[in-house]
Design a protein around this ligand. Structure first.
Ligand SMILES: O=C(O)CCC(=O)C(=O)O
Ligand SMILES: [Fe+2]
Length: 300
């Protein structure tokens, strides 16, 4: 049976059905890769991939970013391996709640992510969707004055800052992304390394803009984010067990939607590393930040 591609009726995203991923032919892989670049997010319902199949799928898109030493696939879940539901005091629970803010994965790391592949295993009866937003269309929709205003601006990205803003203060080493306190500096307008399309590179990890007062930067970043994440540029995926979605972190934001956190929700996440030529950023330490060290544009 051939692959069927169905539009999500948004500015981005396509649903792919008709075949299990491990059975895709080389020609079909080419079609899927083209669709990934054209549509920026691929929804593949009811695939029921094993962890190894999930990893092999993600590896088609590039090298894996290890979210834990030695582990290519990690659970994104409010349930411990022994079945116990996490409590609000736990760091992993606080990470899940932080995910409810619009973000792009690993923008706070020196090497930002290329793509993330998220698969559903156990889903709550209500809520717990994942919402996505197309930052290419968001950039295109900006008026000329805003495009000119942000053309040469960059922002620092930090998971310390975004989690603290969400009410959860983390220390060095407490979770992924807390290995060092430096912050990468990334242009607000990112040009896609494959398609050449500009997009807004923002989200909750972006917190400071060199050359601007922090309050003004926060107001600008908030305004851009609110305006960007509107229909028809957003798509909310209602998960069913076995579904897998892969999105392009270089031009798509995402956020988890709340649910009854007493109910289990078990997802599996495999993250594809960015390419150093386009996703590596200069990291600045807190001392340098405090002293106003603001490097010129990084390559990212
Ligand atoms: O749980 C979700 O819906 C999204 C989680 C998330 O942000 C991620 O896995 O990167
Ligand atoms: Fe995420």
């Amino acid at each position: 049976m051939a692959l069927t591609m169905t539009s999500l009726d948004r500015t981005f995203g396509v649903r792919i059905t008709g075949k299990r991923i491990p059975d895709f032919t080389d020609d079909e892989w080419q079609t899927v890769m083209d669709a990934f670049h054209d549509h920026a997010a691929l929804v593949l319902p009811e695939q029921f991939l094993t962890a190894d199949e999930h990893i092999a799928f993600a590896e088609r898109f590039g090298d894996i970013e290890y979210l834990r030493p030695g582990e290519k696939a990690i659970p994104v879940s409010n349930q411990h391996a022994d079945g116990k539901i996490m409590t609000p005091e736990e760091k992993r629970y606080q990470t899940l709640r932080g995910n409810e803010g619009w973000h792009t994965d690993s923008s706070y790391m020196p090497l930002a992510s290329k793509a993330s592949a998220l698969a559903a295993e156990v889903v709550p009866a209500e809520g717990g969707e994942t919402e996505f937003a197309d930052m290419r269309a968001a950039y295109d929709a900006l008026d000329a004055a805003t495009k000119a205003e942000i053309a040469d601006l960059s922002a620092y990205h930090s998971l310390y800052k975004s989690q603290a803003k969400a009410g959860f203060t983390f220390k060095t080493g407490e979770a992924y992304g807390y290995h060092a306190e430096g912050a990468p500096l990334r242009p607000l307008v990112k040009v896609h390394p494959v398609t050449g399309r500009p997009s807004l590179f923002i989200g909750r990890h972006a917190y400071r803009i060199p050359g601007m007062e922090d309050a003004d930067a926060a107001a600008l970043l908030d305004r851009l984010l609110t305006d960007a994440c509107q229909m028809p540029r957003t798509y909310r995926h209602q998960w069913r067990p076995g579904d897998i979605v892969i999105w392009d972190n270089r031009c798509v934001l995402h956020r988890a939607c709340p649910y009854d956190y007493d109910q289990p929700r078990v997802m599996r996440h495999v993250r594809v590393a960015g390419d150093p030529a386009s996703e590596l950023a200069l990291v600045t330490t807190p001392d340098e930040l405090a002293n106003g060290f603001a490097p010129a544009r990084s390559g990212a």
